[in-house]
Design a protein around this ligand. Sequence first.
Ligand code: SF4
Length: 586
Amino acid sequence: MLPNDPLKRILYIDLSAKKFWVEERYDLVAQNIGGTGLASALLEEECPENIDPRDPKNPIIFAVGPANGLFPLASKTVSMFLSPHNKLLGESHAGGRSALALRMAGYGAVVIRGQSDIPIYLIIDNQGVKFKDARALWGLPVSETGRFIREKESGSGLRSILRIGPAGESGVTYSCVVTETYRHFGRLGLGALFGYKKLKAILIKGKQALPVADRSTYKKLYDDLLKRLHDTPSLKKYYEIGTAVNIIPLNKLGALPTRNLRETRFEAAEKICGENYAKNFLGRRLACAHCPIACIHIAALRTPYEDEPYFYKTSFISYDYEPIYATGSMIGVGSPEGVLRILDTVDNLGFDVMSVGVVLAWATEAFEKELVTEKETMGLKPRFGDVETYIKMLNLIAAQANEFYAALARGVDFASQKYGGEEFALAFGGNEMSGYHTGYGIHVTHLTGSRHSHLDSAGYSYDQKTKPEEINPEKLAQKLFNEEAYRQVLSSAVCCFFGRSVYNLETLAQVFSCSGFSYTIEDLKGLGVAILKRKYLFKKKRGFAPSKLRIPKRILETVSPHGKLREEFLKETVKIYENLLEQGGG
Ligand code: SF4
């Protein structure tokens, strides 16, 4: 690492004492690069073994890496914590401007300890940290919180604002942190942790220059990467239509989870597909800082005033494949406006959209099967496709309005243990499923991934590229393990996963050398496996065992493009994966 790189500076913040300090951790950063590598090392140092996620000792770590601020698509910040949702490893990545802002504020990572006595927000810049009273903001939705801080504080154009909504404040275990209005630290409950700590928001700003080892080598590599990214066809598709372009192909394939995965084809797919949104609702496209792709698509939704003809409220709402799956097909909503209205509510209350969509789907089926009645739902009658009822339910979950909604606020694993219906509670390792029922690969990813997220090893992609007869447990486990290990390096840089076809290990070694890190491809392979194993051991120490994972029956009942899935096949693959983790890759 270059001696003058701010990456080695770790900012420590104690919310209880309202103090901060900076430590220069050259060795720690040199050994772990940044992002996921650095955050996992800091989490291991900071998080005691036998604590509840609500304990003030549960730290929040944010980390950036050497590629942030220097290379295109290196736009993500990694957050890590003990998850309030599954009580295992909490890890979530977000784009927007936070990575650039943190790197240019002069830090490689931030460690937040303790708990404030009153609601506060933080301002982090080159000078350190300011602690601001947020009592007036507590209870406000995400959008108003952002607007208030934008108007009150300086740094326009350079800053990033991370904030929570009412779901995070009340401790919904899958609440998220929203940044720059349209990006999220979505999965595994970082929002709840902000809520426990009475941390309403963080504003980060900075304009420090970043060093490179050799300017002409850097420029040459930069230009080459930019050209390769521009020439990648799938990225052009994401610019034009966004990730929602995947709705139609997955529906045709019979892999789009519909009505709590009772089906895999949705009759209204053409109404909620990316092409229809791009044609009839697209308001603008946005990009994370330093990204030439701009995959973020924002719909403009006009809602007429009730008593005033010719007057409308226009809302700008971001949409992607996963949010559309979760608030569209999964809960049977086929109206594009209906999906947008639900998404707007989800964003303003501050839920992880995938988890809350699966929660609503489970609650609907539980109501149909009379496991819960109007007594529990407070008079509501959830039905697939009923937008108005879902919007009311979202508000009741955020408020944890009664015992039933408080159970829903803890996810489908918890709710189904209390009310029954485990066989159709679609969570893996405590995390609700993503929008793919493509075959064995995706569900092995859900089961074995360190975050139980589709992004851990992208089994959905393997399923779509591989014929059923070519898949066997050994091959599948090894393939997904290699992918997950590689992704540890990519997210230590920290690059967006959409850039993975360009940012292979060879390119990443060149990228790291611009910041003075000297790695061979073999070194990076070893580092990826070591980070993965560290994350696995963090979970294992907290009671995680892959062989004890619950496999929801519903994924075995509903036919996938690879046919009906067999439980023994999944269990065997998980066992092999576990051995790979134990042995560090075999
Ligand atoms: S491809 Fe999309 S998510 Fe990735 S950095 Fe660019 S705008 Fe952000």
